[in-house]
Design a protein around this ligand. Structure first.
Ligand code: HEC
Length: 108
């Protein structure tokens, strides 16, 4: 099973749980506030930050579970990137879920 299909299956499971009224994974409104610092890089129109110039992936519209998985990877170092490690290091699981919900809803 690829990572992507695993993520889709997880997203589907979370979606079904949501429909049955189980605990919601993330709060997009809370995520909007928590994602404020992220937007300086991830929401610029050119998706390229000013200096040093490097490409920043678009996260708006991405699956919430993918965002959470990526942030956990940056936090624990299994995904290596100094800038994103610095951004993810202080996030709790709830913060990640909220931020994931915000971006998954198309927030930017
Ligand atoms: C200083 C610029 C900057 C800031 C601020 C920043 N990011 Fe990033 N982000 C990046 C870059 C550059 C990458 C690509 C890293 C890589 O190559 O793995 C990235 C990667 C990501 C990815 C993985 C995207 C993918 O397609 O795999 C996610 C998710 C993400 N960031 C979320 C966030 C969140 C949430 C925040 C705020 C808590 C944040 N970022 C703050 C620059 C930034």
């Amino acid at each position: 099973m690829t990572i992507r299909s695993l993520v889709s299956v997880t997203a589907l499971t979370v979606g079904l749980l949501g429909m049955t009224g189980a605990h919601a994974a993330g709060d997009a409104a809370a995520g909007k506030i928590k994602a404020n610092t992220c937007l300086g890089c991830h929401a610029v129109p050119s998706i390229t930050n000013a200096y040093p110039t490097y490409h920043v992936p678009k996260v708006s519209g991405q699956h919430a579970d993918y965002i959470v998985a990526a942030l956990k990877g940056y936090k624990d170092g299994s995904r290596a990137h100094k800038t994103m490690h610095a951004n993810a290091a202080s996030l709790s699981d709830q913060d990640m879920a909220d931020i994931g919900a915000f971006f998954a809803a198309g927030g930017k």
